[in-house]
Design a protein around this ligand. Structure first.
Ligand SMILES: Cc1ncc(COP(=O)(O)O)c(C=O)c1O
Length: 360
């Protein structure tokens, strides 16, 4: 059966060579006579997998030694609670709300302390990112929280809030590993893996050492970052398969793509093809302020909702699936994460143009 181009916002496509490697190793991982799905997390094979996976992530992202890495269950949504439970030491935190997920993160944090929404782009339906240099940050905030790429609204930060002495915490779920980032600009980076990294079932957090160890004693064991981090993510049974798949994707990025700078070039070229097409015609519309257009999630609408529906149905028949936009935005959304090949974008643009001609 032919594989489709899957534009889903997550779970999303995985690189085909990774799927083939997992297939080849499925029944007998490295002579163990078992699948990684079956083996003990305390086995020598799995111990090696988890160590190698963390080491690959550290190399690829150039994570400095004073940052810890942990593999957590509960997805990015659980991180919305873990961040305040572990880092809200002054009882206050600043949140910038640029879409659905940063709003959910702020609401969750408000259960544990005072959340100041210091800026929001809600006034224009989240089609831009507020000017981070013009925000009245609270000098007493424990941290500043952002969602660096807004999966639903298709925006991304260009500049970062940088306030002396206040750590920046970023949800990078929908842009992680799509390009290099300077880890030293952040106190904590977290992301769900199901878009650019692995199958669903895990979040990864990268945390500057000095932020750890300040959670209250009442914080549940599994919600305290130090529980897992002090045990190399093996306090209890970890999501073994997900960690294994993460390792395969990281190997692929490092050795076949050639690192994150190379990945960024590919991603920017892919996004340019789509945005250039959108800018060249009047049938489809992308509402995002150009400067803040996401490289990962491209939203667009046709002239009316019925035509949107028809577009998605016909696209699916052509092997271009999951293009329906999120219900908060409507229209279409093409999520073009790392594993979407350039040929998928070319095919999408070709389809869009044929559909425009037939329906304009
Ligand atoms: C930016 C962002 N943050 C958080 C989430 C929630 O992630 P999860 O489903 O892993 O809890 C998503 C999911 O799509 C997302 O795109």
């Amino acid at each position: 059966m032919a594989r489709v181009y899957n534009f889903s916002a997550g779970p999303s496509m995985l690189p085909e060579p990774v799927l083939r490697k997992a297939q080849a190793e499925l029944l007998d991982y490295h002579g163990s006579g078992q699948s990684v799905m079956e083996m003990s997390h305390r086995s020598k094979w799995f111990e090696q997998i988890i160590q190698d996976t963390e080491a690959s992530l550290r190399r690829l992202m150039q994570i400095p030694d004073n940052y810890k890495v942990g593999f957590f269950q509960g997805g990015a949504t659980q991180q919305f609670a873990m961040v305040p439970l572990n880092f809200m030491t002054t009882g206050k935190a600043d949140y910038i709300v640029t879409g659905n997920f940063s709003n959910l993160a702020a609401k969750e944090a408000a259960k544990f302390g005072q959340v100041n929404v210091v800026a929001s782009s809600k006034d224009k339906n989240f089609t831009y990112i507020p000017d981070v240099s013009a925000i009245p940050y609270d000098a007493d905030a424990s941290y500043i929280h952002i969602c660096q790429n807004n999966t639903i609204f298709g925006t991304q930060y260009v500049e970062l809030p940088q306030v002396d002495g206040i750590p920046l915490v970023a949800d990078m779920s929908s842009m992680i590993l799509s390009r290099p980032v300077d880890v030293t600009q952040y106190g904590c980076i977290y992301f769900g893996v199901q878009k650019n990294v692995a199958p669903a079932g895990m979040a990864i957090a990268i945390i500057r050492e000095d932020l750890l160890g300040h959670a209250a004693d009442t914080v549940p064991t599994m919600m305290n970052y130090t529980t897992l981090i002090n045990k190399d993510s093996m306090y209890n049974t970890p999501p073994c398969w997900c960690i294994y798949m993460t390792g395969l994707v990281l190997d692929y990025l490092e050795h076949e793509v050639g690192g994150l700078a190379a990945m960024q070039q590919i991603n920017e070229a892919k996004a340019k093809v789509l945005y250039d097409y959108l800018d060249s015609q009047d049938f489809y519309r992308n509402p995002v302020e150009h400067r803040y257009r996401s490289t990962m999630n491209v939203t667009f609408t046709s002239p009316d909702p019925d035509t949107d529906k028809k577009f998605c149905a016909q696209a699916a028949e052509a092997g271009l699936v999951n293009l329906k936009g999120h219900r908060l935005v409507g229209g279409m959304r093409a999520s073009i994460y790392n594993a979407m090949p350039p040929a998928g974008i070319d095919k999408l643009v070709e389809f869009m143009e044929a559909f425009r001609k037939a329906n304009a």
